[in-house]
Design a protein around this ligand. Structure first.
Ligand SMILES: NC(=O)c1ccc[n+]([C@@H]2O[C@H](COP(=O)([O-])OP(=O)(O)OC[C@H]3O[C@@H](n4cnc5c(N)ncnc54)[C@H](O)[C@@H]3O)[C@@H](O)[C@H]2O)c1
Length: 319
């Protein structure tokens, strides 16, 4: 069985990937620095179950620390890398662009270099739909130029993709960049709309709606994303960029209505201007993922949000 390192493995998506690979009987090495972008206790909880497995090891380190990373790679004899660690969050990247560049670009470069030095057989990188920026053509296709990034976060992901491409070409590394579209579901990040809206509506606090509610996001259920990542592990291609998105964008106001219906509570909405760095729409063309990975999203927004809210209620009870 392959031994797979998952950077950012204690995060939202990473912890689901760790659990899924352990369920498949694989060996999982998790690297995470448990930073305080959101409460580190949440990340500790995310991997609580994984820690019970003797096929799981955890290294608490910053991916910018090349020496510590190298020690892990020497010790663990890794076969494949799933690189998810990043500073996520478009809006926060406007406040701390240097930090976003150092982690998302510098950190990715370190991991690519580990892949080269330690003869890793495959590198999977979590890119983002935000690289399409204000792309006019919808749905967004991997063939599109993707040169209209409007936030430091989006730029950092685009540069990281370019580094992936160059390392793949120079060192014959097998690299797949997955462009993930607004991922949601159990363990969802507290800075993202599904969590913030659910929390506030339940606690009868006002929610902020940016713009007039017509902006659209291609919400994609975390279980579908995990399935896409697992399928990518058997992809033999040398270099590809592949969208993983639901391909059914939802208007912000409709998204709020869905949460209201599921909670049986009305939201108190305060309208705010669109923040700088936000884009009007994300919308994935999934035909490449379907052709190359045989991947299709299975979870619609109603079902996914039902599962998210069920998880949220349990979590908030357990404190
Ligand atoms: N959630 C989404 O909607 C979405 C969409 C597109 C792309 N992505 C990408 O998917 C990946 C995972 O996102 P997520 O939503 O699970 O975010 P997350 O913040 O929950 O997970 C990221 C994890 O990386 C860790 N990390 C951050 N900087 C690190 C560093 N310097 N060293 C070691 N660990 C570090 C964090 O502690 C965290 O546990 C990220 O690369 C993100 O950019 C997410």
């Amino acid at each position: 069985m392959d031994k797979i390192i998952i950077t950012g493995g204690a995060g939202f998506i990473g912890s689901h990937v760790c659990e899924r690979l352990l369920d498949e009987g694989r060996y999982v090495v998790c690297v995470d620095d448990f930073n305080d972008y959101y409460r580190p206790e949440i990340k500790e909880r995310n991997i609580k179950n994984c820690l019970k497995s003797n096929r799981f090891s955890l290294h608490r380190l910053d991916i910018r620390d090349e020496n510590k990373l190298d020690t892990v790679f020497k010790k663990e004899k890794i076969d494949k890398i799933i690189h998810l660690a990043a500073r996520a969050g478009v809006r926060a990247s406007l406040k701390e662009p240097q930090l976003y560049f150092s982690v998302n670009i510098g950190g990715t470069l370190n991991l690519l270099d580990m892949a080269r030095r330690h003869k890793i057989s495959q590198f999977i990188f979590s890119s983002s739909s935000s690289v399409y920026g204000t792309n006019k053509k919808i749905p967004f296709s991997e063939e599109d130029k993707a040169g209209n990034q409007v936030s430091p976060y989006a730029v950092s992901k685009k540069v990281a993709e370019l580094l992936c491409h160059s390392y793949s070409k120079i060192y014959k590394l097998r690299v797949i960049c997955l462009r993930l579209f607004t991922v949601y579901g159990p363990r969802g990040r507290p800075d993202m709309a599904p969590y913030k809206f659910t929390e506030k509506i339940l606690n009868q606090q006002a929610i902020e709606m940016y713009g007039n509610g017509s902006s659209q996001r291609d919400y994609t259920y975390v279980g579908d994303i995990v399935e896409g990542i697992v399928k990518t592990l058997s992809c033999e291609r040398e270099f590809e960029i592949i969208n993983l998105g639901n391909s059914e964008p939802v208007k912000l106001i409709e998204f709020i209505n869905i949460i209201e219906d599921l909670l049986g509570k009305k939201a108190d909405i305060i309208q705010k201007p669109m923040p700088r760095g936000d884009v009007p729409i994300t919308y994935a063309d999934n035909s490449k993922a379907s052709k190359i990975l045989n991947w299709r999203p299975k979870t619609d927004i109603m079902e996914g949000m039902k599962r998210f809210i069920a998880w949220y209620r349990l979590e908030s009870k357990s404190g």
